[in-house]
Design a protein around this ligand. Structure first.
Ligand code: GRF
Length: 203
């Protein structure tokens, strides 16, 4: 049984999509824990209701980023994860944390990376006039919203979109690609090689 730890800060809809896929598809993996830096994250209730162990490591309880990240890493380590999945986890992570989990830490970002790193991706995509937008699952490296790309989904940008309609179209795709990416990595169909993620078949 491979072990997954999911980190959230808010509503946790990507977490929920992964929970649902794992149950519906009978993954040979388990969600060992859901951890939040915010005690009020709505996703915690969803995880609790599903019987998944939850933990809170509140960043406000630590004087700096290094000490928060060290505490978070030690809680994560207790669950011995094969994969640490950031799902709307709104904290910038230190290099030490990222290195500790190198090769088993992934994130989903609501844009077609390397375009639109950072926040407000949907509004910025509309302002830029791009005709296609989307979401990216990537390995986390010390550079924010960079790192080897695991999966992407593309959606059209319509002339009458606002950031809410575009966000909803992207989120629907996030819920499809994130569970699939997690499963493909855990089951070895996708592998990290020379800084790129490729199909194990062409290895
Ligand atoms: C998603 O749009 C994700 O791409 C971004 O934060 C949002 C999290 O949503 N990183 P949720 O908490 O999974 O519903």
């Amino acid at each position: 049984m491979k072990r997954i730890v999911i980190l959230i800060s808010g509503r946790g809809s990507n977490m929920e999509a992964i929970m649902r896929a794992a149950a519906a598809e009978h993954w040979p993996s388990q969600i060992a824990a859901v951890i939040s830096n915010k005690p009020t994250a709505a996703g915690l209730e969803v995880a609790r209701a599903a019987g998944i162990p939850v933990a809170i490591v509140n960043h406000r309880d630590y004087p700096d980023r290094e000490q928060f990240d060290a505490a978070l890493a030690s809680v994560i380590d207790q669950y011995r994860p094969d994969l640490v999945v950031l799902a709307g986890f709104m904290r910038i992570l230190t290099e030490g944390f990222v290195n500790h989990f190198a090769g088993r830490l992934i994130n989903i970002h609501p844009s077609l990376l390397p375009s639109f790193t950072g926040l407000d991706t949907h509004r910025r995509a509309i302002d830029a006039g791009v005709k296609f937008h989307g979401a990216t699952v990537h390995f986390v490296t010390a550079e924010l919203d960079h790192g080897p790309i695991v999966a992407q989904a593309v959606v059209p940008v319509h002339d009458d979109d606002d950031e809410n309609t575009l966000a909803a179209r992207v989120l629907e795709q996030e819920h499809l690609i994130y569970p699939r990416a997690v499963r493909d990595l855990l089951e070895g169909r996708l592998v990290l090689k020379n800084g790129r993620v490729i199909s194990a078949e062409v290895r």
